[in-house]
Ligand binder design. Structure first.
Ligand code: NAD
Length: 405
């Protein structure tokens, strides 16, 4: 629906719609992994390469029981639009393995990661398709992929993935990049709404990489963070949460469950509807729906997660006058710093943190302003404007390159 609305506005030819609505390549792999108790379990993994008209495929790998081909397909196309919105020379891809990483030992996780990396090693590469972390994957998982891929190539190929540990070709500022990008766009929106950060409160759903970093940086900007949630519970304190204390708690206990210095909201989904100026969904898909959109009190929704708002909910929010900064813009900070990491690997450079943050800020602000201006010109919401820009760029790349042979 999101694609169709923008494609219609652009008057896109049918054949371009057909190309852009389907991925270039989908790969499903089933592979065995030896478990600690000696048994052998078969896992299913996917890599979907949506489009590479603007550059090598790029997109994360997630480990989760919910992973299936439909989900990976949708996520891969979002990556194509995301790289186009922030104007970095990559296409879009995504991957995943259906598994529950919390039920795996460290050794089992490593074996699963290495075997999956081996299974997809023919279709990835530093100039072909560059994976990165996503839900339940991190710098350690990326290091295992680099090592596995490099073994096959008989040479070190650090640029095959991004989101690596700093001392193994990672970039300064990469871990926090998505959260920082969310806050950079949130601050632009706050400014557009004529508001001051110090007067505002925020609630975040999801306290993983994106949510926890966005919370910390919002706090640094002066916004009072009054609610956060994760898979286990939702915490609320109208006086503002002690984020340092919360970070320490989560690094020790992994989850927010059991934290005693804030009220627990039940069911945890109710947190989305609590009084706050800014709402940052930073967990999973389909969290703001036709059922709860009308009860959302925030003036500003900044989508840290991919696809947290359903199209019906989007319409309800728009009609209520809620400003929604769409996922393909708001959470593009991660892939932007991934691009910086890739450049640093290719050029054998290590940029200082300040340079990464300043380049990220330039990219995000410029992308935000371009989307905002088009939204105003066309009288559409920011999501439609972001899609129009992204689809327009990819379509132009396809038509200019021409159809092979
Ligand atoms: P993560 O695994 O680090 O964190 C996910 C968080 O969401 C965890 O705190 C988890 O407990 C919580 N969660 C899961 N289900 C929930 C539920 N039903 N209610 C409340 N909380 C729930 O993952 P992440 O990397 O922070 O990714 C979060 C979202 O952001 C995903 O949609 C991902 O695709 C998107 N994203 C991530 C990046 C990145 O760089 N990590 C970049 C762009 C987009």
């Amino acid at each position: 629906m999101q694609f169709d609305t923008a494609a219609e506005k652009l008057g896109l030819e049918d054949y371009l719609c057909d190309i852009l609505k389907t991925p270039n390549r989908t790969v499903t792999v089933n592979f065995p992994v030896k478990m600690d108790d000696g048994t052998i379990k078969v896992f299913t993994g996917y890599r979907v390469q949506h489009n590479n008209a603007r550059g090598p495929y790029k997109g994360g790998i997630r480990f989760s029981p919910h992973v299936d081909l439909d989900e990976v397909n949708a996520l891969a196309s979002w990556m194509t639009w995301k790289t186009a919105v922030v104007d970095i020379p990559f296409g879009g891809a995504k991957g995943g393995v259906a598994c529950d990483p919390f039920e795996l030992s460290e050794g089992e996780l490593e074996s699963l990661t290495r075997r999956f990396a081996y299974e997809i090693s023919d279709i990835i590469g530093p100039h072909v398709d560059i994976p990165a972390p996503d839900i339940n994957t991190n710098a350690q998982v990326m290091a295992w992929i680099v090592d596995t891929y490099s073994m096959g190539q008989r040479q070190d190929v650090f640029a095959v993935v991004t989101g690596k540990p700093l001392f193994l070709g990672g970039s300064e500022g990469r871990t926090e990049a998505t959260g920082r990008g969310v806050v950079i766009t949130a601050m632009e929106a706050v400014n557009d709404l004529g508001l001051q950060p110090e007067d505002l409160t925020a609630i975040l759903q999801g306290y993983g990489n994106v949510g926890s970093n966005a919370a910390r940086i919002l706090d640094e900007e002066g916004v009072k963070v009054i609610g956060v949630s994760d898979i286990s519970t939702a915490l609320y304190d109208p006086e503002g949460l002690d984020l340092k204390d919360l970070e320490d708690y989560v690094s020790e206990h992994r989850l927010l469950e059991g934290y005693e210095r804030a009220e627990h909201i039940s069911p945890k989904e109710k947190l989305l509807e609590m009084e706050a100026d800014i709402l940052v969904p930073a967990a999973i898909e389909n969290q703001i729906t036709a059922e709860n959109a009308d009860s959302i009190k925030a003036k500003l929704v900044v989508e840290g997660a991919n696809g947290p708002t359903t199209p019906e909910a989007d319409r309800i929010l728009y009609e209520k006058g809620v400003l929604v900064v769409p996922d393909i813009l708001a959470n593009a900070g991660g892939v932007t710093v991934s691009y910086f990491e890739w450049i640093q690997n290719i050029q054998r450079e290590q940029w200082p943190y300040e340079l990464v943050v300043s380049k990220l800020t330039d990219k995000m602000v410029s992308a935000y302003r371009t989307v905002r201006n088009l939204a105003d010109e066309e009288g559409v919401d920011m999501r439609t404007a972001a899609y129009m820009i992204a689809i327009g760029k990819v379509a132009e790349a396809i038509t200019t390159r021409g159809i092979f042979p």
